[in-house]
Design a protein around this ligand. Sequence first.
Ligand code: 4NP
Length: 154
Amino acid sequence: MYKVLMVCLGNICRSPLAQGILEKKSKENNLKIHVDSAGTSGWHVGSKPDQRSIDVAEKFNIDISKQRARKFITYDFKEYDKIYVMDTSNYKELLRLCSNEKECYKIALILDDKNQKNLSVPDPYYGQEDGFIKIYNLLDIACQNIVNKLQNNE
Ligand code: 4NP
């Protein structure tokens, strides 16, 4: 089964939302893929997603409350087919950790798309609630692009 990993810094705000959105879209489109998420830091290991991410997901009928944060491990490079990072800092960190071309090529910025000018999903942690709506909308478009790519076997 095709396996996708979403990665951010804390694994409590952005990547849990990305996971929830891609899981929902893949179900709706009958795509049999496995999705998980992880953080480059271990700061929140074992925690639920940030309440503000849980709330924004719920507005769109997505339940991410059962997810628990974990830290990215180098074995993830073997386990997953594609690893989407939320920002350029996560990207640099994973590029530091990958150990061969095959692994390094699995990493991509989730907004790395011709139509997206800003390549980072902004870290909403220290901001207000509107930041969470903004990242939801960015991730919704990004995950739709992922579904389209998979459907076209790209
Ligand atoms: P995330 O957001 O990387 O989207 O989960 C953050 C969560 C926690 C912290 C920073 C970013 N923190 O500094 O604890």
